[in-house]
Ligand binder design. Sequence first.
Ligand code: TRP
Length: 339
Amino acid sequence: MSSSIDTRPVILTGDRTTGPLHLGHYAGSLKSRVALQRSHRQFLLLADTQALTDNAHDPEKVRRNVLEVAFDYLAVGIDPLETTICLQSALPALAELTLLYLNFVTVSRLERNPTIKTEIQLRGFERDVPAGFLCYPVAQAADITAFRATVVPVGEDQAPLIEQTNEIVRRLNRQVGRDILVEAEAMIPAVGRLPGVDGKAKMSKSQGNAISLSASPDEITDAVRRMYTDPTHLRASDPGKIEGNVVFTYLDAFCDDGQLLEDLKERYRRGGLGDITVKRHLEDILQALLAPIRERRARYAAEPGYVLDILREGTLKARERTEATLAELRAALGLFTLT
Ligand code: TRP
């Protein structure tokens, strides 16, 4: 960037570092981050401390995946000259802001947060919810406000976290008597979540139904071959269903040729188009999409020192920005300063 003042709207988003990213991440967020990085001032957070809130039993996994996720970012085209990539656990201002914000939110409000409620059920915590997990929406509010982000691209399931953030913002602003923190807006992707290749749930590595961004050509072929279609479409000549047919859901997400896609749907519905033919179209598209990503990823993975330099530089920049917010808030709250 040039040295003139950067007036682009600020985006903060990020990922828990619990595993390499997959095609679902690409369709749902990575692709739009690549597009947004020119029109917006974008910060990407490698959310390792947040990952610990439900992975405290496996900190090694969280550590190992910091670089894996960074490789994924760079491989899909996140440009470190446009986007600041930074490491959450290396930004102490985020932890300090979290501690301050915890006094402006009640336990019952956290327990009512729809995202948290669902996630507690999904993880089977029942009554043994780690306090860090219950409070991660407060930490995420610290992330968002520390960067003074106004745009936060998150999945639909995370929208209540932005609402919670803005409540904290309003409470703090009321407390200090001026708009010291800025409210943020969730940016929900237009495309829904990509289902797994089995059609059952969302794509997720732990479900074994994901296509990773580093999938080999054979793995892609195999995943498309296994992909769930319409179980009542037994012969090519039978009429087939598009709804709930994973191959078409993926074509909707990745096929740029709208005319071809409409044509395929029309012929499939009518009868006369076999699964194998539709799958061949999808396979060609996915092979073409993932080949350059896989190659770039391998090149970054072979140069971890170079990627570490990018993270170090991004984190230094982020440290400056987040510490400025913290200093302002400490002063506004009138915390005692030892000079
Ligand atoms: N909650 C996000 C996830 O589960 C990661 C994240 C951490 C985040 N801090 C954030 C997203 C701030 C947006 C803004 O992947």
